[in-house]
Design a protein around this ligand. Structure first.
Ligand code: 3PG
Length: 206
């Protein structure tokens, strides 16, 4: 299901919540995402408000996942609060086993061929390529498309409207994730989403 959602949206907005007020304002953000036809969101657990946000967004019609999952405890908490998918900066065996048991998609962070092969061997099909920009992700992923073509990636880390096309035009990039989509006023967020959608829609993708 996540594969379908991401291959349709081609974008994954990522949100880290710094203040409690932002949790209360999430209904407005949820409306904006729904209105712009991008009803998917990753909430990071980088701050304690992440778990509250998952509670808040439950049953509001958005497809919400939890990110920056670095411990099994956080994975359990996130699933208990309704997260539909789990994203980590690195591969965790404990989290992978837990996610499989609960039938929840798990996207581990990978960079090197070794890490990609490990994640694939554990049956994981969508991998977060992180941190993408500092590691010249679009160049690396173009090479991975040739040597390990079945791997599907969600690059994140430093993606913006300037480099989005270089990633999204690659055959092995299912979608691009980033916080840039959600920066600024609600009006700016709408514009960010529209611009990003125009970019991904302009690319032929197989
Ligand atoms: C992530 O959680 O994947 C990254 O922090 C997103 O990176 P960005 O803030 O550079 O988009």
């Amino acid at each position: 299901h996540l594969m379908d959602v991401l291959s349709k949206s081609r974008l994954l907005p990522i949100l880290t919540i710094q203040k409690r007020e932002e949790v209360e304002n999430l209904s407005k953000l949820a409306d904006v995402l729904a209105k712009e036809g991008l009803p998917i969101l990753e909430i990071t657990l980088r701050t304690p408000f992440g778990l509250e946000a998952l509670d808040y967004l439950r049953d509001r019609g958005l497809y919400v996942g939890a990110g920056t999952i670095r411990t099994l405890e956080h994975a359990k908490e996130a699933v208990a609060r309704g997260a539909s998918f789990l994203v980590s900066p690195a591969y965790s065996n404990d989290i992978a086993l837990f996610a499989r048991e609960h039938n929840i998609p798990y996207l581990p962070g990978v960079l090197t061929p070794q890490e990609v092969e490990l994640a694939l061997s554990r049956g994981l099909s969508i991998l977060k390529f992180f941190p993408a920009e500092p590691f010249q992700g679009s160049k690396v992923l173009a090479m991975y498309a040739e040597v390990m073509p079945e791997a599907r990636f969600l690059p994140t880390g430093g993606i913006n409207e300037k480099n989005l096309a270089a990633y999204c035009s690659l055959p092995n990039v299912i979608a691009c994730g980033g916080s840039w989509l959600l920066k600024g006023s609600y009006e700016t967020i709408c514009q960010n989403i529209r611009k990003a959608k125009a970019i991904v829609n302009s690319l032929a993708h197989g």
